[in-house]
Design a protein around this ligand. Sequence first.
Ligand SMILES: *Cc1c(COP(=O)(O)O)cnc(C)c1O
Length: 365
Amino acid sequence: MRPLIAHIDLDALRHNYRLARRCAPYSQSIAVIKADGYGHGALACARALADEAPAFGVASLDEARVLRRGGIETPIVLLEGIFSADELAEVDAQRLWMAVHSRWQLDALQAYTPEAPIPVWVKVDSGMHRLGFAPDEVEAVWQALCDAPQVGELHLMSHFATADAAASEHYARQLACVKDLACRLDAPLSLANSPATLAHAEAHGAYNRPGVMLYGSDPLEQANAVSRGLEPVMTLRAEIIALRTVGPGERIGYGGRFCTRAPTRVAVVSAGYGDGYDRHAADGTPVLVEGRRATLAGKVSMDMLTVDVSDIPEARIGSEVVLWGRAANGAVLSVDEVARHCQTISYTLLTGVLPRVPRRYHPSH
Ligand SMILES: *Cc1c(COP(=O)(O)O)cnc(C)c1O
């Protein structure tokens, strides 16, 4: 077998979920497991959290179906609601909760007769300008849904654009806008994504919606005491498959991007962009070899990448290489740090791990 595995630590997932709950003790924490659990495997994550999470958040009916087929009976929120009116029958049959962010979704709901009233999350566009009703439309929409026999429990939801920033006027304006609406409508509120769950108690509302923090990534611009306690859930583990020493002035890999200055011991590692490791990773991107830091040297190839292991004499064929996560000796390389070297965010790295990389769950489920 090719030595590349994404190890998923479900105890770490539960630990991170409990951190979210401890941050927001007066709010319910919906575990967001869209995009296949941010690349970790949605069903495995749902099973690991099923005893604790009051609900799961997903992006589509397909994602909800995977969970229901896997035996998950917990409520599931469709965070973007339906994509066409004909999805309502299955929303109803699978007992899902749905966001309503647009007039057409409201019309479709009012034209449908469900078996049981459908819990609805009315989405307000408080300043992100992506999904949701304008604040001055919300009262009428809310009233229409209150009057609709198709509709069960009603919630008000919104999403922050800048909750990760240390001080943000944009955040404050969004918060004031939704708080005002919730107050006028006497509506239970759901606002907080991971950064707001971690750092903005005033935004916790009835339900918070942590996503990326569950997987151990710190979404805050400036870490705080809680976010420093997050544990990595995914360890992307490869091995050294070849080693050579090249002289000074040699160029390594495609385009010859990396040029050695001294005799350099180069390890070839069994992971590449064809596995989802970001091709934008710069020379100097950290990896852990035998639990010690080494750096990427040369462009990432499809199935391989090259690392300067000159300072790691114990490196040999078969040595453990952790691209992010926790090494066997306990050393941690955060996916956030790797993301910075790739000019991206942890979300894209985690969701980008491709299907050809087997996931292995601990404890196995
Ligand atoms: C993805 C998502 C979240 C979770 O966001 P994180 O930044 O990963 O915590 C919360 N709410 C909605 C509506 C989302 O789409």
